[in-house]
Design a protein around this ligand. Structure first.
Ligand SMILES: [Zn+2]
Length: 189
């Protein structure tokens, strides 16, 4: 079973799931590395430099979504987002393997699965599926910056432009790095 730390650090105990953080944590755990916030973040920044900025993990880990209620609507869309997040975590695991084992070539599924650390991580990821699916009981959004999927109200929030109420595009954690003007709002579908 994946350690409790993976659930906590990937956001699952707070109504969110960051597939990149989960994949990197599962990889380090399966590879026998000691996971600490700092080593995990260093690894994330190296493999996913365009997604995870230095300092992200510490803020994400400490972010408490607060009492805002996420409406139990649009569950079909949320289910798709939760499924996408699981696919994203699987893709992130493959990217990690390719970047760690630079000398080797991975083309077929079997090439990946013969790597013991990859096989263990993929199996542990599967054990998170029920928790990730469980997020879909409320309205979810995905952050285009850090790939995190989380509750619309609690992790994203709304903004008013003119007479329109739009959801924030970037999650609350990513917005703390770029000021309140960053992250273009996208219309609520
Ligand atoms: Zn984000």
């Amino acid at each position: 079973m994946p350690g409790a730390y993976i659930k906590q650090v990937s956001g699952l105990d707070r109504g969110a799931f960051n597939p990149l953080v989960a994949a990197a944590g599962l990889w380090m755990e399966s590879d026998g590395q000691d996971i600490r916030s700092r080593s995990l973040e260093g690894f994330l920044v190296k493999v996913f430099p365009d997604r995870i900025v230095p300092g992200y993990l510490r803020r994400f880990e400490r972010f408490e979504p607060g009492p805002k209620v996420d409406h139990s609507v649009r569950v079909a869309e949320s289910t798709l987002l939760a499924e996408d997040a699981m696919l994203g975590a699987g893709a992130a695991l493959r990217k990690i393997l390719i970047s760690v084992r630079r000398a080797e070539v991975f083309n077929e599924d079997e090439d990946f699965e013969t790597d013991p650390a990859y096989a263990r991580s993929a199996e542990h990821l599967e054990q998170l599926r029920a928790d990730v699916d469980g997020l879909a009981t409320s309205a979810l959004c995905e952050c285009p910056k850090c790939s995190m999927v989380g509750g619309l109200q609690s992790w994203f929030g709304m903004r008013t432009i003119g007479h329109k109420r739009l959801r924030q595009s970037w999650c609350r954690v990513c917005r703390t790095f770029h000021g309140s003007s960053a992250g273009k709002p996208t219309p609520t579908r």
